[in-house]
Design a protein around this ligand. Sequence first.
Ligand code: IPE
Ligand code: IPE
Ligand code: MG
Length: 240
Amino acid sequence: MPLSTEMRLIDPSRLPAHIGIIMDGNGRWARRKGQLRTQGHLEGLKVAKKIVKAAADLGIGYLTLYVFSTENWKRAAEEVGFIMGLVKQHLKAELAFYRENRIRIRHAGDPGGLPPDIARDIQEACEDTRTFEGLQVILALNYGGRDEILRAVRRLLSHGEVPALTEDLIRQHLDNPDIPDPDLIIRTAGEHRISNFLLWEGAYAEYYISDTLWPDWTEADLAAAIAAYQQRERRFGGIS
Ligand code: IPE
Ligand code: IPE
Ligand code: MG
């Protein structure tokens, strides 16, 4: 891939280890084109694959993609069904892509609330790619930050005798306790809100809003977000 101007702005020695993306704007993209919302999701999926590849090529460790929230069930059944169908189809069709690029697939969210076949397909994709040591792509599907914390506390309580609660103990019961907190959380399509994404893990993430709708996103947008992140001063409550 030829290095874009934006790519050259990135310092490869200071990459964010973990990037989260709220991939928003599929519906608006479709409406502007006079197409159905589902067409926006179809385009959005193509862009997701492109950005996954770019993140892998850059050497990013973890990429969490917000695919479907615990609140997205409020949408019309046709739209929800279409998105679930896309996920299913993608996991089947793209296993070779993940294998070739040594990309490991993971899941964040409640598998219990998913259609059983989708939950099984995700579990299989996670199993099939478990040993890959390249980029880890975490699919946040039926994911809500509050729900994740609630399920963590429930898991904790299910042990019977509960030891003294600590932050670390709660963290250990989250969906993917081994994955480092996101350094950079990107939201596309201009909305300035978190919409229940990585509430616990994102406590000290750097946030980056892109006005570009997700289906219009390119590798150059990812590079620009990383370059902006590298300009930030992270203090974690301390004094620089
Ligand atoms: C993001 O795009 C995809 C999902 C939330 C599943 P939207 O479908 O939310 O697009 P807008 O926000 O309506 O434009
Ligand atoms: C957030 O986008 C969820 C995903 C991108 C999967 P939404 O479109 O659901 O968020 P709101 O409704 O604008 O807050
Ligand atoms: Mg939206």
